[in-house]
Write a protein that binds this ligand. Structure first.
Ligand SMILES: [Zn+2]
Length: 360
């Protein structure tokens, strides 16, 4: 008797559960079907409606309906880069930029930066795709990009290096704590009384110049590089390494007298702004344009980075570094940074902006 009652109760409970399950499933289907009808009533085709039901988050169906028929919304949903969790961002950005290219809108939203207040444009979409893009500089990128017809890589380089502001327009103290990566250029300068405390002398086959001192680590790397080159019958030597503030002061004054300030600024640093005061660089072999194309210059260009040195003022980067091409001037930055600078074909300015300033 008891057994019978238990079985009856069990059957009743089970039927009830099955009923509940069907009720919910059916209800849900009905909901979808209702929305399907609504989207179709709004003008979307059967395929577009399927896409909407598939790609739009369910709790946004009503919101989606409120926009009315809009083919661009379908373009957003059918983009291969569409991400459902960014649905609201796409919509918000699209509504502010109805005339913009949908692919650009998707790229800008997907970048993960909060750029909702900037107008969507191909320029902005190209900028956020660049490796060395720094979000803090976006307004300057756009300013510079809109007034200079250059590709996005160049725009990023010009702004990151501060070159868009104009050389010598701002002046900051070089941060000596950065050691081998300290930057000295037309924005960052060393103090008048700065002399590195670990200068060592390059002598013998390593030197043929009067300014023959370099900071210890740089000098050791320099000698290693010269030794490696000589195994390939390439003879390298220092002509000018560390130069004091006063030395540079005299040099620069002489150049101004000879060629005028504007011309002098193109090839000579103002005192305090010369990298030679850092004790981390060397002018090798021949301080002259005719050094370009020699076996020694070519060897340096292809191999110096392995020893932590970079070609500091490359050809084609004059408006980033502020100096004309100097095939003889090499700067020690350590092997790790030199490899990135060499492989990514960037300047120390670009490396510094992205890996050092941007890190903090
Ligand atoms: Zn030099």
């Amino acid at each position: 008797m008891k057994k019978k009652i238990l079985i009856i109760i069990g059957v009743i409970l089970l039927s009830f559960l099955i009923f509940l399950l069907f009720f919910f499933l059916n209800n849900k289907n009905e909901e979808d079907i209702n929305y399907e009808k609504e989207f179709i009533n709004q003008g979307y085709s059967a395929d577009e409606t399927t896409l909407i039901l598939d790609k739009v988050p369910k709790n946004e169906y009503n919101n989606f309906l409120s926009f009315g028929y809009d083919k661009s919304l379908i373009d957003i949903l059918s983009s291969k880069d569409y991400k459902e969790d960014k649905f609201n961002n796409y919509i918000e950005y699209y509504l502010k930029n109805k005339k913009s290219n949908i692919a650009d809108i998707i790229t800008i939203v997907n970048s993960g930066y909060d750029l909702m207040n900037y107008p969507a444009s191909s320029l902005l979409a190209n900028l956020v795709k660049e490796k060395y893009y720094i979000n803090d500089y976006v307004a300057r990128y756009l300013d510079y990009g809109n007034s200079n017809n250059q590709d996005s890589k160049k725009i990023i380089a010009m702004v990151n290096s501060k070159a868009d502001l104009g050389f010598y327009s701002n002046s900051y103290d070089s941060n000596l704590d950065e050691n081998n990566l300290v930057i000295v250029n037309k924005f960052y300068h060393l103090k008048e009384d700065y002399t590195p405390t670990d200068l060592v002398t390059l002598s013998g086959q390593y030197n043929k110049g009067v300014n023959n001192k370099m900071r210890k680590e740089a000098a050791e790397a320099f000698m290693k590089m010269v030794d490696a080159a000589s195994l390939e019958n390439i003879t390298l030597y220092n002509m000018s390494a560390f130069r004091s503030y006063d030395y540079q002061d005299n040099l620069y004054s002489r150049y101004i007298k000879r060629d005028g300030k504007e011309a002098a600024d193109k090839y000579s640093a103002r005192p305090g702004y010369s990298e030679h005061q850092s004790g981390l660089c060397s002018d090798l072999n021949e301080i002259s344009d005719s050094f370009e194309g020699t076996d020694e210059a070519i060897w340096l260009k292809n191999n110096a980075y392995k020893y932590g040195f970079i070609l500091r003022f490359p050809k084609g980067k004059e408006d980033i570094t502020g100096y004309k091409y100097e095939p003889w001037h090499y700067r020690y930055v350590g092997v790790e940074a030199a490899k990135i600078i060499y492989e990514d074909d960037i300047t120390l300015e670009e490396y510094y902006a992205y890996y050092i300033e941007n890190e903090t």
